[in-house]
Structures are given as structure tokens and as C-alpha cells.
Design a protein around this ligand. Structure first.
Ligand code: ARG
Length: 123
């Protein structure tokens, strides 16, 4: 709980740092640093609460169990709120919606009008 976090003075956040640009690692003079959009959000959370941030890196599949068993206070890991997951945990509101695009060469634009145009095509 929030009370518990403030009492500890540390917000323990679970993530699976293998998912750039949301969470990933960089090596900085021999040290592993956690970086990415979600890490920045977690930092801001801790800052607003006036507590320290501890990142616990683990397999994506272990995150919900870690939360349920209170090994972490919160999970932020680019995780979608699927009905299955919603059975066991409480998701926040959506904080980021990605827009992803496919692209082809301009000169092929007339050949590929939509996804169906790709059927059986070789370039
Ligand atoms: N968005 C996908 C999901 O919710 C994949 C998330 C993977 N995240 C990660 N940090 N590896 O299942």
C-alpha cells in the first residue's frame, strides 16, 4: 500500500528491462542502468511520493506473481490490460498509446494499396 511505501521510504517497481523504448538497460562505466519511458515514469512516481526508487528487473512472466506476492509494490512494463491479467491485478488508466506504422518504398505505393496486396507478392 501507499502507507507501506512511504513507511519504507522506497518504492519497489518490477519491470522486465528488455523492451525498448519502454524499459531496457544501458551499460555506464561497467554499471547496468535501467532506462526508458516507463523508468522515467517510475522515477517521477517515487519523486512525487518523496521516496527512493528501487527497480527489480525480472522476466516478464514473473511480474504479476511478484506483485501478487508483494515482492514489488508496482509493475510498469509496457503491459497491456488483458482480461486474463485483469482478473488478478488492478491496472492504471492507459498512460501511453503507441502508433506504429509499416512502410514501403514510394515507388511501390501503387502496387501495395492495403494489407491484402501483400498476399503472394514477392518484391
Ligand atoms: N505489451 C505486451 C504485453 O502486454 C508485451 C510487453 C512486454 N514488456 C516487457 N517489458 N518485456 O504483453
Amino acid at each position: 500500500s501507499l502507507q507501506h511505501v512511504k513507511q519504507k521510504g522506497t518504492l519497489v517497481v518490477g519491470t522486465s528491462a528488455d523492451y525498448p523504448p519502454y524499459e531496457f538497460t544501458v551499460k555506464q562505466n561497467g554499471q547496468t542502468k535501467y532506462v526508458g519511458l516507463d523508468i522515467e515514469i517510475a522515477k517521477q512516481f517515487a519523486k512525487n511520493l518523496g521516496v527512493k526508487l528501487e527497480i527489480k528487473n525480472m522476466n516478464f512472466d514473473s511480474l504479476l506473481v511478484a506483485l501478487e506476492t508483494r515482492k514489488v509494490d508496482m509493475v510498469i512494463s509496457g503491459m497491456n490490460p488483458t482480461p486474463e491479467r485483469q482478473k488478478s491485478v488492478d491496472f492504471s488508466k492507459i498512460y501511453y498509446r503507441g502508433k506504429q506504422y509499416m512502410l514501403i518504398n514510394q515507388k511501390d505505393a501503387t502496387r501495395f494499396k492495403n494489407i491484402h496486396s501483400f498476399r503472394g507478392q514477392t518484391i
